[in-house]
Ligand binder design. Structure first.
Ligand code: HEM
Length: 434
């Protein structure tokens, strides 16, 4: 039998085989509790979906993220095609920079970077505030609304459409479709029905790729059409995948972060006042909500070469499920991990992962969150979420947020016509226009 690097004998995975499936509704009930249970044995193995390792400690989160030479994100390593971030394979959710490895990943990511820099995001802040105000205007006179359906759901979709240079009217249908793709379990009839809607979305984006090539603009979609891999332009189908990934990656995640924030603030109203007393408190608070909510519950990797982790030998081709949410609640790193401490110091959370695939859109996510939370706390500060009516997503294996979050507040006044006044919100455009 082989030895560990410090000469202890390796252990067999049968010792840590557990009955676990990340698509099980039990996980949805309480992601943190499930994480604590799993962390009793932070490296374990399940036979579900063809078998995979389950990692739940912060130490392994760092290793999985940073050792991209061992833990690959790419989607074809002789282990069957499209074996990237999802277990099991979901065809319509695969591909793009997030499911590629060096050298492709390095090349593409370098070209994308400037579009997601702090300076770029800074130029969007005023627009974000205006957009949030537009959405609040639609509900402010009613005194009741749905924080997810009316605010946290559509707003990130709108921001991403602006980044890509796509018509803003798409915000509602695109948001609806992409939310469903992540929270419905793969293989279910409901999830399969969404594939047709995804095809429609892809067709719309495809038309816009053609338009941007014919009539380039200074937007991210035009930039994608000009990106190169090994000196050759990215193929149109690769551009399509990257565009859809951008829309999808920024939607449910940011919506989920806002949803968790609102529910917690509603339960802890004194924290609303405390946050608004000093804008400098928003930054650390955002990091704490990111840690607590961990909008991306987990993602998967493929082991590229035999590798020892905590006395277990992982074999090339093995699959790994990295439970980022559990890592963010690891008591070895975070004091009282299930408590929200808005001024938590040295918050080493991995909500955006770690290593070369660390979230490209994290500065957008933070800025969107700040715009939303600031405007909601300013314009509807006494909001109270109807806890009993909140509808969480049914499958939290990829992201863990809410479908619906009814809320009541003291009605207020509209602040202006808003940037979408020329469009009909919720209308599904069949032909786009700038
Ligand atoms: C709270 C909000 C967000 C969270 C928690 C989040 C989380 C993550 C995580 C965990 C990853 C790495 C996945 C892995 O490799 O296993 C990732 C990658 C990525 N995210 Fe985000 N994300 C958020 C918002 C956004 C936004 C707003 C955008 C775009 C506008 C975005 C675009 C991307 C892209 C393109 C990648 C792939 C990066 C790469 O593979 O190099 N994300 N995100």
């Amino acid at each position: 039998m082989a030895d560990t690097p410090d000469a202890r004998p390796l252990r067999d995975r049968s010792e840590v085989t557990i009955d676990f499936d990340h698509h099980d509704p039990k996980l949805s009930a309480d992601r943190a509790a499930a994480g604590h249970e799993l962390r009793q044995c932070p490296v374990s193995w399940t036979e579900s979906h063809g078998g995979y390792w389950v990692f739940s400690a912060h130490e392994q989160a760092q290793e999985v993220g940073k050792r991209a030479d061992v833990f690959a994100s790419g989607n074809d390593h002789g282990n069957g095609p499209r074996q990237g971030l999802n277990i099991p394979f979901i065809a319509t959710a695969a591909g793009g920079v997030i499911e590629s490895d060096a050298p492709r990943h390095t090349q593409v990511r370098r070209q994308m970077g400037p579009w997601f820099s702090q300076d770029t995001v800074q130029t969007q802040r005023a627009q974000m505030t205006e957009d949030v105000d537009y959405f609040i205007d639609q509900i402010i006179e009613r005194g009741e609304a749905d924080l997810v359906k009316d605010l946290a759901g559509p707003f990130p979709g709108l921001v991403t459409l602006r980044l890509l240079g796509l018509p803003v009217e798409y915000y509602q249908p695109f948001s609806d479709i992409l939310h469903k793709t992540v929270y419905l379990s793969p293989g279910t009839p409901e999830r399969e029905a969404v594939d047709g809607e995804l095809l429609w979305l892809a067709g719309e984006v495809w038309q816009w790729i053609e338009k941007k090539k014919a009539d380039p603009k200074s937007d991210y979609l035009t930039a994608l059409t000009r990106m190169e891999i090994d000196g050759a332009p990215m193929k149109p189908e690769e551009v399509l995948v990257e565009a859809i990934l951008t829309i999808g990656a920024g939607l449910d995640t940011t919506t989920s972060l806002m949803g968790h924030t609102f529910r917690w603030l509603s339960r802890n109203p004194e924290a609303k006042t405390w946050l608004m007393e000093d804008p400098a408190r928003l930054g650390p608070a955002c990091e704490e909500f990111l840690r607590m909510a961990s909008p991306i519950t987990a993602t998967a990797r493929t082991v590229m070469k035999d590798h020892v982790v905590r006395d277990f030998e992982l074999k090339a081709g093995d699959r790994v499920w990295m439970y980022w949410h559990a890592a963010n609640h690891d008591p070895a790193v975070f004091e009282c991990p299930d408590e929200v401490r808005l001024d938590r110091k040295q918050n080493r959370h991995v909500a955006f992962a770690a290593g070369p695939h660390r979230c490209l859109g994290m500065r957008y996510a933070r800025a969107e969150w700040a715009a939303m939370v600031t405007q909601v706390l300013t314009r509807m500060p006494d909001f109270v979420v109807d806890d009993d009516a909140v509808v969480p997503v049914p499958d939290v294996s990829l992201t863990g947020g809410f479908i619906s979050m009814p809320v009541r507040f003291t009605p207020g006044r509209r602040v202006g016509p808003g940037v979408l006044s020329e469009t009909i919100p919720g209308k599904t455009p069949r032909t786009g226009g700038e």
